[in-house]
Ligand binder design. Sequence first.
Ligand code: ATR
Length: 284
Amino acid sequence: MHDSRETFVNHAFVVGHPIRHSRSPLIHGYWLDQLGIAGSYTRQDVAPQAFPAFIAALRDKHPKFVGGNVTIPHKEAAFRLADRPDALSEELGASNTLWVEDGLIHATNTDGRGFVANLDEHAPGWERADRAVVLGAGGASRAVLQALGDRGLAEIHVVNRTVARARELADRFGARIHAHGMDALAEVMQGAGLFVNTTSLGMAGEAAPELDFSGLASGAIVTDIVYVPLKTPFLQQAEQQGFATVDGLGMLLHQAVPGFEKWFGRRPQVDAALRQRIIDDMEH
Ligand code: ATR
């Protein structure tokens, strides 16, 4: 144990490839300052072939390095290489948060928790939706479907360009999930209380299809896990059609909370000033 707060500096990281656009250092840096914790959080650009060695080295660097976040393209490898992936990582086949304990690398996945915490903050009561539609069936969709199922949503429709991927997720995450191709989108949106975009459609510079949200239930919520731009084409369209929207930035902020708490021992708050700091950074 280290007994001097002043000299005890914990280091955490976000590892990915590429990594220069990651906003995680801003988030964790903000919390370290706010809570007066002597620690650091840095970007680590590690190519896929070097990732196993990076993980192995982590065990030796503890306690100086306490853990970190994992992003594209390493989330599946992080799960496979961790000594102690938790049940959620097993279920998703991917981990985004690592920490070292007793010389062993533990792993979890906080994407789904970030997703629901964002809705809880900005659209309380959202889970009363009878039916949810999730567009997309990639890694992000997996975490969203798991979290929606966990919160007990009765009926979830996953719609994807490649139907086989949607079917695979429906088979994996239970009977309440139904898989469809894009041609069924308008039909399953009828009466839905929650619409989630998990695809890259409409991300900075990409075109997004026009969607007719008018069949959604009154009071329905439309959310996007993409946060660049903050108002994605889907969110703009939904707003124009009179629906409440929740942008994806809150998911990024909330998914960071459990890791920070593990590494630095304090539970940080997602506050308005932090959100604004990320928005300012995106604008520059
Ligand atoms: P992530 O892990 O971020 O979810 P991914 O695994 O590459 O990323 O998944 C991207 C999702 O966006 C998929 O659902 C993909 O559809 P396919 O499974 O058919 O590839 C969807 N997507 C990407 N570009 C798309 C496009 N132009 N039209 C429709 N769907 C698209």
